[in-house]
Design a binder for this molecule. Sequence first.
Ligand code: ZN
Length: 263
Amino acid sequence: MDYKIIDAHAHIFPEKIAEKATVNVGAFYDLPMDSCGMSKKLIEGGNTIGVSKYLVCSTATVPHQVNSINRFIADECRKNPQFFGFGTAHPQSADIEGDIKQIKDLGLHGVKLHPDFQEFDADSPEAFRIYEMIEGELPLLIHCGDPRYNWSEPAKIRRIAENFPKLKIQAAHLGGYQRWDEAEELLTGFENLKVDISSSLAFMSPEKAVERIRKFGIENCFFGSDFPMWNHSEEFDRFISLGFDEKENTMILAENFRNFYNI
Ligand SMILES: [Zn+2]
């Protein structure tokens, strides 16, 4: 069966900083990075399994990077029509309104936040200002979970979903990287919250992965590589070996994503 595949979570970095950024992210998570985070490499990797669309993003770790990163993502989307770009924002920016306006003006499709890299609490008043501004207009992809910090713990992600019912939320990594029990307890059952299953499957047994995905609901999960964290074909094999039926695979690999983002 040849599936249509959307990669719901991929990072790209400007060529100049790609190598360094990739090494830094790998060091943060103490994981070997599969390849350098550049668009060309992303597409090469995706081609090995037939990815037709990629949600691409990049995180500004400091506020002054926000505008240039957003321009970079928009440029890459123009050059690569299979990219579905999300902009970055930073709660400490002096002009969040301006940053959000830039994201809209550039035609980007949502906002990606990474509370652990950006060092803010996902449910802080500063972060709530961003959600308020984008609710009903731009979806949010948010990194969730870290065993070492609480910036993006599932309980905080839950508060976003509760307080902003019209905000579309893609909670990354099955709702809580290495915090999967909390995630499945706290984040299931929200109409406005979906999860991507990137950077999750390698860390749990296939049985546990199936159980967790079913708990969230097949219709609420998106396949993603978290490129450059993982190799597309290995991550795809991990997913396929879970043994969902054809219909379920079709949903998780592309259909759910398309429905959620109306594409
Ligand atoms: Zn990410």
